[in-house]
Design a protein around this ligand. Structure first.
Ligand code: ADP
Length: 510
């Protein structure tokens, strides 16, 4: 291994067969602060070099055995950084010059004065210092370049990982960079586009125009935006800005691309919702308007019995509107997550009994039988919001009454799941012998405003919001609902409700 050389405390080797030169040099150099090694023969000197970090060698050319030129060649092979200063008599000046050509750093004629030696050594030392300085600067530059490389690759990684599409073009509108999100959104094959004009990779003319205008500095520094659709039915929003130099010169464009499909769908749903609500409100309001106009006319003609009929119809319509608005408010609260579920222990059998009792009058008005069937075993308490449960079962039982013809049967039954020893769910079936629902409608009845319109149901009033409310509340309660139905035979809506873990048959309601 090559001994390391530093200029802190330099070591010098004196190789000379003349003892006076070795001793004299040692005295001078030690006083100058150097560590000195001495050798009377070339081979001895090389041995020292192999084991000690020597920076400068004072080398006599004329020596018995291995001569100075040979030693010089060995030193250069061993460590070319060692500075060799040739010590020579006048007679061998030419050989000294030859040695310099072979790579010796300097020479000093013998015999020499102490000052001569000091000057030569100081020169060599300065050279070592400069070499070290240059090396340090080179290392620093290398480090800076490495840092710069890391920074560049970090920025590249960030741009490539962005969820939004990024496109960068030069001033001619040629692609300089497209990140993977951009390529994916635009359906462009990987790395095909770099260096190409933008129209070669993108078909949408408006988008290309936007990029070209920004790249050429035709737009102001504010972001220019453009909305468009792709073949894959994606809605995209591009917004771009020019890239400006320190002098304000336009160097190209950077364009950000966002997938706004979800926003667009939401916007469409909102419009549909508003249209539906307006439609639902308009027809009862027009009826009320006409009826009030007739009442006013009648008041002029003073026919009071007709007035009573018209006013009661108007009252019915306003009641319909009030329920619609109530349902709308409930639904929007549930969908916004603002429904306050206030869970407490509930005796489900008692809660169902009170709903059945309340709706009994409505069922008997249609000559229907409405029955609550309880299991033989005691039911566990469930932890739920009683108001939410009233709304769920109130809606389901009212629907069963509404969509079952006169004289039909409605039954509310409770059961435990999966076994009676340690149930984790409770099951409530609301069955009717009514009109039933066709398979094609079953998936839709939980959508807002969806109402099955056929000969049997067209005169039944409703908002189409009851089942969406039921579904929303059950989601909040951690429950679920299933429907089985046979047209003209009847329907069964089955609700599953979780029983809290602390429950056991011992905690059962009496
Ligand atoms: P609404 O009853 O106000 O119309 P819902 O959301 O409660 O709204 O119900 C949506 C539709 O599902 C109803 O219009 C009806 O066509 C159908 N439906 C609900 N319950 C029953 C049922 N028990 N039997 C037959 N059809 C039903």
């Amino acid at each position: 291994m090559k001994p390391e050389i530093t200029s802190n405390r330099l070591s010098i080797l004196v190789v000379d067969d003349e003892e006076s030169i070795r001793e004299g040099s040692e005295r001078i150099l030690t006083r100058m602060g150097y560590q000195v090694y001495k050798a009377s023969r070339g081979s001895e000197g090389l041995e020292i070099l192999c084991h000690h970090p020597v920076s400068i060698v004072l080398l006599d050319l004329k020596m018995p055995g291995m001569d100075g030129m040979e030693v010089l060649a060995h030193i250069q092979r061993l460590n070319p950084e060692i500075l060799v200063i040739i010590i020579t008599g006048y007679a061998t000046l030419e050989t000294a010059i030859e040695a310099m050509k072979q790579g010796a750093y300097d020479f000093i004629p013998k015999p020499f004065e102490p000052d001569q030696l000091r000057i030569v050594i100081n020169r060599a030392r300065e050279r070592i210092r400069l070499t070290e300085e240059t090396e340090k600067l080179a290392q620093e530059r290398q480090r800076n370049l490495a840092d710069l490389g890391t920074e560049k690759s970090r920025i590249r990684t960030i741009v490539e990982s962005l969820p939004n599409g990024v496109l960068v073009t030069n001033v001619q509108g040629q692609v300089a960079l497209m990140n993977p999100a951009f390529q994916w959104l635009m359906g462009i094959e990987e790395d095909k586009a770099t260096g190409e004009p933008i129209e070669a990779c993108i078909q949408d003319k408006g988008f290309c125009q936007l990029v070209e205008d920004i790249s050429a500095g035709k737009t102001n520094p504010l972001p220019a935006t453009y909305e468009f659709t792709t073949i894959g039915e994606k809605y995209l929003l591009a917004s771009g800005r020019p890239v400006l130099s320190d002098e304000g010169e336009c160097l190209g464009a950077v364009v950000n691309l966002v997938d706004i499909t979800a926003m667009k769908v939401l916007d469409r749903l909102k419009s549909e919702f508003v249209a539906k609500v307006s439609h639902e409100l308009r027809s009862p309001l027009s009826t009320i308007h006409e009826q009030l106009a007739l009442v006013l006319k009648d008041m002029v003609e003073k026919d009071s019995s007709r007035d009573q009929y018209l006013l009661s119809r108007a009252k019915e319509k306003t009641q319909g509107l009030i329920s619609l608005i109530g349902d709308l408010l409930d639904l929007s609260r549930i969908e916004a997550g603002n429904v306050c579920i206030d869970c407490k222990p509930v005796k489900l059998d008692e809660l169902l009994k009170s709903i059945v009792d309340f709706l009994e009058t409505r069922a008997s008005g249609k000559n229907q039988s409405l029955k609550l069937v309880l299991p033989d075993e005691p039911l566990p308490m469930i932890s739920a919001d009683p108001r939410a449960l009233e709304s769920v079962f109130g809606n389901l039982i009212a629907n069963a009454i509404n969509y079952t013809p006169d004289g039909g049967a409605i039954e509310v039954g409770i059961g435990l799941l999966p076994d009676k020893i340690r149930p984790d769910k409770i099951r409530i079936d609301v069955s009717d012998s009514g009109f039933g629902i066709e398979a094609k409608d079953i998936d839709n009845i939980f959508k807002r405003f969806y109402r099955v319109k056929n000969e049997k149901t067209r005169f039944i009033t409703g908002t189409g919001l009851g089942l969406p409310i039921v579904k929303g509340l059950l989601d909040e309660l951690g429950g679920s609902i299933q429907v089985r139905s046979e047209p003209s035979q009847g329907s069964t809506f089955t609700v599953f409700l979780p029983i809290s873990a602390s429950n056991s048959p011992q905690d059962t309601a009496s």
